[in-house]
Design a protein around this ligand. Structure first.
Ligand SMILES: *Cc1c(COP(=O)(O)O)cnc(C)c1O
Length: 224
């Protein structure tokens, strides 16, 4: 199946309220255009430099999500490029984004990435640090906290993700009751998104399911 067919097929099976982010990392701008022309309204990239190059020649309107770990030295560029930074994982990074957003008169939408499974190789805040970063972000005028993001571990049996997704959903719902604009729970990738959606995700980030396998030569499939 083509990219357009894959995209439409997946989209047609998802509830309209769920945001499908087409993850175009390691793929060229042509495939990005193909997905957008098939109806994609949201694009996800994990590296600032790679995204900058593609967006420059994209020539399409689309909502841009940064889904990869953001280094402080790339913050200025990221704030110019992305509508939603999903991968905020420290107070230090939040402060840097706020400063860069203030400089260009922008209020930057962000998600906080939670490392619920406490995987040492993954970024994201630990559960016990979540409250502190949220209140820190609340004091920053140029950030708007829109929700939470989580990357589930790569379990041998994908069903093992379910309790983690359910726990995130609970956390999200609790926070949402006392907050404005807290709308997005981003979880679910190609191998686990169906379970994520069943457990309450309203943003899913799909690369392989839409574009096929990324090449191993430039791929960083498992390095997040
Ligand atoms: C690469 C990536 C995805 C998409 O992964 P697939 O398994 O190809 O769907 C989703 N989220 C993040 C954070 C990623 O880096």
């Amino acid at each position: 199946m083509s990219v357009a067919e894959n995209f439409r097929e997946i989209k047609s099976r998802l509830n309209d309220k769920i945001i499908l982010v087409a993850v175009t990392k390691n793929h060229g701008v042509e495939l990005m255009r193909e997905a957008i022309d098939a109806g994609a309204k949201n694009i996800g990239e994990n590296r600032v430099q790679e995204a900058a190059e593609k967006f420059q020649t994209l020539n399409r309107e689309v909502t841009r999500h940064l889904i990869g770990h953001l280094q402080t030295n790339k913050v200025k560029q990221a704030v110019k490029l992305f509508d939603l930074i999903e991968s905020v994982d420290s107070q230090h990074l939040a402060a840097a984004i706020d400063k860069a957003a203030a400089q260009i008169g922008k209020v930057q939408d962000i998600l906080i990435q939670v490392n619920l499974a406490r995987e040492t190789q993954k970024s994201g805040v630990l559960l016990e640090d979540l409250k502190a970063i949220i209140s820190f972000v609340d004091d920053l005028e140029n950030l708007r906290l829109r929700g939470l993001m989580m990357i589930a571990p790569n379990f041998p049996d994908v069903e093992q993700c379910r309790p983690l997704f359910a726990q995130m959903r609970k956390l999200f719902d609790e926070l949402k009751t006392s907050r404005d604009n807290f709308d997005f729970l981003s979880m679910g990738m190609t191998h686990d998104y169906k379970i994520a959606v069943e457990e309450g995700a309203n943003v899913v980030r799909l690369g392989t399911a839409i574009f096929g396998e990324r090449s191993l030569t430039n791929g960083n499939h498992r390095q997040i």
